[in-house]
Design a protein around this ligand. Sequence first.
Ligand code: ZN
Length: 172
Amino acid sequence: MALLPIIYAPDNRLKLKCQEVHEIDESVCKLMDDMLETMYAAPGIGLSAPQVGDNRRILVCDVAREKEAPNPMKMVNPIVVWSSDEIFVAEEGCLSLPKHFAEVKRPKEIRVKYIDETGNNQEVAADGLLAACIQHEIDHLDGILFVDYLSPLKRNIILRKMKKLKRLKEAA
Ligand SMILES: [Zn+2]
C-alpha cells in the first residue's frame, strides 16, 4: 500500500464529474487500499478518488470512533437510491480543505447502492454521521465540495485562506 498526495481546494480536478467504473480490476482494488491508508494517516473519515487525482467514481470511509474496531467501507459507483425527508446537521470538514469546518444540512437517512471490491452489487442503509460522510464523498464524485453549500461570503473566505496556504506550501 502507499500514501497518496491529497489535492487541496481550490483545484479544477476537484470540480470534475467522475467516470463510472466498468470493471473491478486490480487497479481499482489497489486504489481503494491506498485511499484507505491515506485516509487513516491524514486522519479522516472519508476520501474520494478525485481528491487523490483519480477521475473514477470510487470512495472509501470509516466512521468508527477511536475505541471502536475499524469499519472500512469501499464503494465503487455509489448511488443514493433513497433519502429521508428528515434532515441531519453535522459539522463537516474535508481532507482537501484542511482545518476548515462548517455545518451542512443533509438527509438524515439514506440507502446507497454500490459495487464492492469483489464486483458484487451491494445496498446499505446509513444514518447520521455515516450518511453525511457518504453523501459528502459522493458529492466529490460530482465535483461538489461542502463549501458549495455555504453562503458565497463564507465560501470565499475559506477558499481565499486555502489559496494562501497553497502559495505558502509551494514557496516552502
Ligand atoms: Zn471532502
